[in-house]
Design a protein around this ligand. Structure first.
Ligand code: ATP
Ligand code: MG
Length: 447
């Protein structure tokens, strides 16, 4: 019997987790700057949260992991995206009643879609996303886009481009929808099976088809911009003006309709131009939704905007540009035990080190001198703490500073003070419990 991970899923192994943690922390730090706060919603919801009336998207129609437990009538779906659950929660918890809107929220976690797995396309992948709910203002649109762009820029990505478009309000979109129906009527039989369905359900989505993309009839299809009413036009113009003023580069791409049905007005993507990204070049995508909050029972006319980025795709984009997030990992101290009788003493020393804020580890396998030195090396230890028979008898520790190869035997009770002194002398900051390197508190700055 063998056991294997399901197709299209991945384990995050400890060698890769520092990069993920650094990335997640970076994203959270940016949200803090912009005053977006975290929301966590369940990884499954009632199916109707995602599968809304008349939704024509592939995600909803073909990619959802939907299940009903034996003996139950309740259909549940593992979340394929974050927005629907966040909006459901925003309404259910009446966050819309706050005097301070928009509610600015972010989320982070796994999503599940039954797709054909390939590079940058998994069946369980991780998204980080933001939603700004309850204020319809071009400034709210600009805020989330500036946040998105700033995050990607700050990570060092340079081969990126913002693609921007508007789908207009309901009136504009239904005029456009009619125009597309009229236009595509003679071509329907040439379109793929999905597009035949889209033609009936939501002809806008035909423009997003990856199969029919190169057909001649696609090139001459009517443009959204010719069907925008005055209000939609003005809204979009203002969004563009704000981005211009802030010197955020973007390109208006009239074919951009996005993969989800709920979008209105502003839609955008950030793509990586790096060739290694292949077909999966979209790192981040989002847009405004005028109808989703009312759909879930929230106030009529209340609108939101958000985006999501795929962490796996972002990491591929970073790698393609040669950007590494992984800091050189290395423990502060590795404790070597050279006499079994000294093990309890050594364990006590190890625990004291950790209590003082030193990242520390020791041998648990009873290896010999050579084996333990190798282990300390693999752990990139800054200090190797040797405890042999002599040290045990004296209740002392021999501290070897790996960088300058000096060594000194110090009494166990004076060990922390000794290490603090070494740290202060060296370039590495300090260790106060609960304070991290670079901490700006008075005690830390005073060092
Ligand atoms: P695509 O056109 O690539 O299928 P989408 O329109 O389905 O994307 P969204 O639902 O807007 O994508 O999701 C936002 C982001 O989440 C994408 O830009 C991408 O970075 C990431 N993403 C979406 N689907 C997957 C997947 N199956 N595997 C990995 N990342 C994904
Ligand atoms: Mg998709």
């Amino acid at each position: 019997m063998t056991y294997q991970i399901p197709r299209g899923t991945a384990d995050l192994l400890p060698d890769d987790s520092p990069a993920w943690q650094a990335l997640e922390q970076h994203l959270k730090d940016f949200c803090y700057l912009y005053d977006f706060r975290e929301i966590r919603t369940p990884i499954f919801e009632h199916t109707n949260v995602f599968k809304r009336e008349n939704d024509s998207s592939d995600m909803v129609n073909k990619e959802m992991y939907t299940f009903t437990l034996p003996g139950s009538k309740t259909s549940l779906t593992i979340r394929p995206e974050g927005t629907a659950g966040v909006v459901r929660s925003f309404v259910e918890n009446k966050l819309y009643a706050s005097p301070d809107l928009p509610a600015k929220l972010y989320y982070l976690g796994p999503m599940a879609r039954h797709e054909r797995p390939q590079k940058g396309r998994l069946r369980i992948f991780n998204q980080f996303g933001v939603e700004s709910l309850g204020a319809k203002s071009p400034y709210a649109d600009a805020e989330v886009m500036v946040l998105a762009y700033s995050i990607l820029k700050s990570l060092g990505l340079s081969d990126i481009r913002i693609l921007l478009n508007t789908l207009g309000d309901d009136e504009s979109r239904s005029a456009y929808r009619q125009a597309l129906k009229d236009y595509f009527a003679p071509y329907v039989q040439d379109l793929c099976g999905d597009c035949k369905r889209r033609y009936e359900q939501n002809p806008l989505r035909i423009l997003d088809c990856k199969v029919d993309h190169d057909l001649d009839c696609m090139k001459h299809a009517p443009k959204m911009s010719d069907y925008l009413n005055e209000e939609s036009r003005t809204y979009f113009r203002t969004v563009c003006e704000i981005l211009d003023r802030l010197e955020i580069p973007y390109e208006v791409e009239e074919d951009l309709v996005r993969g989800l049905d709920y979008y209105t007005h502003t839609v955008f993507e950030i793509v990586s131009l790096n060739r290694e990204m292949g077909a999966q070049s979209t790192v981040l995508a989002g847009g405004r939704y005028d109808n989703l909050i009312p759909y879930f029972g929230g106030p009529e006319g209340m609108s939101g905007i958000g985006w999501a980025l795929g962490l796996e795709r972002l990491l591929i984009a970073l790698q393609a540009e040669g950007i590494s997030l992984q800091e050189a990992a290395g423990v502060d101290c590795y404790v070597m035990v050279l006499d079994e009788q000294a093990r309890l003493f050594a364990f006590e020393v190890l625990t004291a080190l950790r209590a003082a804020g030193y990242q520390a580890d020791m041998d648990f396998q009873g290896r010999g001198l050579k084996g333990q030195f190798k282990a300390a090396d693999r752990a990139h230890a800054k200090h190797v703490l040797i405890i042999g028979t002599r040290e045990f008898e004296q209740q002392a520790v021999t501290v070897k500073n790996v960088a300058d190869q000096t060594q000194e035997t110090v009494q166990a009770e004076a060990l922390i003070e000794y290490l603090d002194g070494q740290e202060a002398a060296g370039e590495h900051g300090h260790h106060h419990e609960g304070h991290e390197e670079g901490c700006q508190c008075e005690a830390c700055r005073g060092e």
